[in-house]
Design a protein around this ligand. Structure first.
Ligand code: DAH
Length: 347
């Protein structure tokens, strides 16, 4: 091949040169520009060029050398620039990228608030199983053998069990079962709250769900009176709903308390004047309570002549609905971020 064509071919190669890293670039430099490199060896050929071609090929060879040098320099520069741009991104003084954080569920927020109020009043936390037996949910809580709550219609039973014992295994329908668990293992003074999930065989609607949350309270000691119960519940209501909140107790019935009552608070929307929220009564119901039935104390191994106690049970969803005006219970278990994000500021 003539020198002229060789120069053109090398020129074309040089135009297309690429290097991924310093090593590749150095190899290219050696290949084209070192003493034994392609460009220099073509220049050595210049000696043999006939006189009439010297001018043309001399210019072409010089051009080739400059082009080769330029190309190598240009590759080096762009490699350095790309390193610089990585460094430029690395700004150690910058605040960290915001990491999207989850928020506490409204039920957890309210549960924690309830726990906080009662622990300040001297209550400690107690826990019991959600899969419970009939003994703790019903029998020790003084439910009659034919009480309707023991019916499949109201309570979830663990089915298809091969033995008789398991026939009595159920999903607890209230946290009162934890009262029995605590009293079995501890003598008075007892002052506990038991937050937890409960299950009932209900059709799911805006106003009822097959699972929800309760907080049970139990205080057993010498000389515990209804006045003690009332005072503690008043303090709770005022801490939860504001200092001006009033309470009202209405006689009621529960198998495990005697006497029993249901407690209302003055409507915190209208301040007791009457509005659509409280159906113009000025009051909204929030919990059940009463003096622990002496029969329950005895069934749980506590001397009812020596000790008395009070108990109460409240629904966390109910309190949350009142506090945050949530109208549909299903929102609590649908994990809809639009709903959950409403509570960001409360976290
Ligand atoms: N266990 C009751 C329920 O689920 C709530 C309750 C009422 C608990 C009165 C109590 C109580 O401890 O004294 O509806």
């Amino acid at each position: 091949m003539q020198l002229k064509e060789q120069i053109q071919e090398v020129l074309a190669q040089i135009n297309d040169l690429k290097a991924q890293n310093e090593k590749e670039l150095e190899d290219l430099r050696i290949k084209y520009l070192s003493k034994k490199g392609i460009v220099v060896s073509l220049m050595n050929e210049f000696r043999n060029v006939s006189a009439d071609q010297k001018r043309e090929l001399g210019i072409a060879l010089n051009k080739l050398k400059t082009e080769a040098q330029n190309k190598i320099n240009q590759l080096r520069e762009s490699m350095q620039n790309s390193n610089i741009s990585v460094d430029a991104d690395l700004d150690l003084t910058r605040t960290a990228y915001p990491i999207p954080l989850g928020t506490r569920h409204p039920i957890s927020l309210v549960r924690n608030e309830i726990i906080d109020i009662f622990t300040r009043l001297g209550f400690s936390l107690a826990d019991g199983p959600e899969v419970e037996d009939d003994l703790h949910v019903f029998t020790k809580m003084n439910f009659a053998a034919d009480h309707p709550a023991r019916d499949m219609q109201d309570t979830f039973f663990i089915e298809n069990s091969p033995n008789d014992i398991a026939k009595n295994v159920i999903l607890r329908s209230h946290t009162s079962s934890v009262q029995a668990r605590v009293m079995e293992h501890q003598q008075p003074p007892i002052r506990v709250i038991c937050p937890g999930r409960v299950y009932r065989n209900e059709t799911i609607t805006a106003r009822a769900h097959c699972f929800f949350h309760q907080v049970e309270g139990l205080y057993v000691d010498k000389n515990v009176s209804f006045a003690d119960l009332k005072q503690v519940l008043l303090l709770f209501a005022q801490e939860m709903f504001g200092k001006d909140t009033k309470i009202r107790l209405r006689p009621s019935y529960f198998p495990f308390t005697e006497p029993s009552a249901e407690m209302d608070i003055s409507c915190h929307i209208c301040g007791g004047k009457g509005c659509s929220f409280c159906k113009n009564t000025g009051w909204v119901e929030i919990l059940g309570c009463g003096m622990v039935d002496p029969g329950v104390l005895e069934l749980c191994g506590i001397d009812s002549k020596k000790y008395s106690g009070y108990a109460f049970g409240l629904g966390i969803e109910r309190i949350t609905n009142l506090k945050y005006m949530v109208k549909d219970l299903r929102l609590f278990s649908e994990n809809d971020e639009r709903f959950l994000d409403e509570f960001v500021s409360a976290n």
